[in-house]
Design a protein around this ligand. Structure first.
Ligand code: ADP
Ligand code: ASP
Ligand code: MG
Length: 469
């Protein structure tokens, strides 16, 4: 293969054993690959811990900050200890990790003084996880006799200033990525690139959103015109449901970009929803594989998936949502209510995940993440104050602790009786459906149900409609 990008997630770099497994995989692919690029996440759990450090510092809980930093230090030092019991490599990587931890300590000290952490500051702190895992992995590759170099993606990917969820500027990024990585890889070096992080034009650190290392990998694959992108994780590929919820969930051999896009959007954590964007445009073959079961082929994602039209692929959920309802008899036939409702929501920065409107136009229901609920209600009440006084709108209210459960598959609409089977299964399990939306993409059907019913609902639908292997 000319150019191969492989991304290893948090658990695939989360321990000395996992990193050794990564090294084995790289050694296997390196001889047949001209340009090998490896993208790494932070060690599993480290990004969460870094964010917690910053939050604790902002809350002036300095003892806990110190304890958290110590835990992050111990986790990395233990891996170094196991991977490099002695030698030059050990000294070098130890000094890099120690520098990063010193940076973390300094940032937390300034947050303690300021009493707050900005989105920009949070990006600098949460970038440290990948800035530690990349040198660790590069050193492990070197120790096995390969040539490898850790590269910070702040030198590769240019984004806007939308901290914590920055948007890459593809043209500027393409140029930098090619200028830095091609000469390096052509010389026989494996580039080990930090996932998740990037920088603005003037070099300020940004991040691409939680779980964003998948996206980093697909940006690199696109910009390098890679032949393939392989996402290495801790399960056998894209599965028919979250394996933590459904014990019988199984790996999907092939799936289309459209279906996997829907799956990622509707909560399957295995791929960041933006990952497929660059891949679709170039029709870049994408594989999801298991680091801990590397001989299993995993899932192939492509434009021309051979799956049967009409097959059901997977069941997913998005948790911690609220269902908001704007209702009133006076809304009937009044133009512009929906537009004003969604403008009021947009002003709070909340995004609407699913909409359902009754045909009588007496209510509009939509789901948002619960952390935005009170802001959204205030914004709607301000927008509709006149209608509320006039009683054209009776109430604006939220139902908390709900989930969106989505059933995904090419041609959902074409299968006669599929909805009947879904609702039959829910009925049998005594589960109440609060709202329904048919995906306009024809790849999904989504239901809103109580969070307490979520696991039972996923299991009963999975048992009913996903054929066993
Ligand atoms: P990584 O750190 O490798 O990016 P993630 O934790 O982000 O890994 O994503 C992989 C996890 O996603 C799996 O361990 C699994 O528990 C969860 N998951 C949820 N839904 C699915 C699904 N449909 N297919 C595969 N994995 C899923
Ligand atoms: N380390 C980042 C996170 O935990 C990015 C990733 O793992 O993809 O969100
Ligand atoms: Mg992930």
């Amino acid at each position: 293969m000319q150019t191969l990008v492989m991304k290893f997630g948090g658990s695939s770099v989360g321990s000395a054993q996992a990193i050794q497994q990564l090294v084995k995989i790289a050694r296997r692919e390196q001889p047949s690959t001209a340009n090998l690029i490896i993208v790494v996440s932070a060690m599993s759990g480290i990004t969460d811990q870094l964010i917690r450090c910053a939050d604790l510092a902002a809350a002036n809980r300095s003892d806990e900050v110190l304890a958290s930093i110590a835990a992050i230090r111990a986790r990395h030092y233990n891996v170094i200890e196991e991977l490099f019991p002695e030698g030059r490599e050990r000294e070098r990587v130890m000094s890099v990790i120690t520098q990063r931890l010193d940076e973390l300590t300094r940032y937390c000290q300034s947050i303690l003084v300021m009493g707050e952490v900005t989105a920009r500051g949070m990006d600098v702190i949460s970038s440290l996880g990948e800035r530690m895992s990349a040198p660790l992995v590069a050193t492990a590759l070197q120790a096995s006799g390969l040539t490898a170099e850790a590269i910070e993606a702040t030198h590769l990917i240019v984004t806007d200033r939308n901290f914590q969820n920055a948007v890459p500027q593809m043209e500027a990024s393409r140029q930098q990525i090619r200028e830095v990585l091609f000469p390096l890889c052509n010389g026989g070096t494996i580039a080990v690139v930090t996932g998740f992080i990037a920088a603005t034009e003037d070099g300020v650190t940004t991040t691409l959103g939680r779980g964003g290392s998948d996206y980093t990998a697909s940006i690199l694959a696109d910009c390098l015109d890679a032949d393939e992108l392989w996402i290495w994780t801790d399960v056998d590929g894209v599965l028919t449901a979250d394996p933590r919820v459904v014990a019988t969930a199984h790996s999907i051999a092939e799936i289309s970009f459209a279906e996997v896009g829907e799956l990622a959007y509707f909560g399957a954590k295995v791929l960041h929803p933006k990952t497929i964007r660059p891949a679709v445009m170039r029709n870049l073959p994408l594989w999801v594989k298991n680091t801990f079961n590397p001989d299993f082929p995993g899932t192939r994602i492509s434009q021309d998936s051979q799956r049967q039209r009409g097959e059901i692929t997977a069941v997913t959920t998005i948790k911690d949502l609220s269902l908001l309802t704007v209702e009133g008899r006076g809304m009937l036939g009044v133009p512009g209510i929906a537009a004003r409702t969604f403008s009021a929501v947009a002003r709070t920065g909340a995004s609407v995940l699913m909409i359902s409107q009754s045909s009588s136009e007496q209510s509009i229901c939509f789901t948002i993440t619960s952390k935005h609920t009170s802001d959204v209600i205030s914004s709607l009440e301000a927008e509709m104050s006149l209608e509320l006084i006039r009683k054209d709108i009776d109430r604006i209210w939220a139902r908390d602790h709900v989930v969106i459960l989505s059933i995904i598959g090419a041609g959902m609409r074409e299968i006669p009786g599929v909805s009947a089977r879904i609702f039959g299964a829910l009925g049998k399990a005594n589960i109440n459906v609060i709202a329904i939306a048919q995906g306009s993409s024809e790849y999904s059907l989504s239901l809103v149900i109580d969070q307490a019913d979520s696991a039972a609902a996923v299991r009963s639908i999975h048992d009913e409609i996903i054929p066993p292997i």
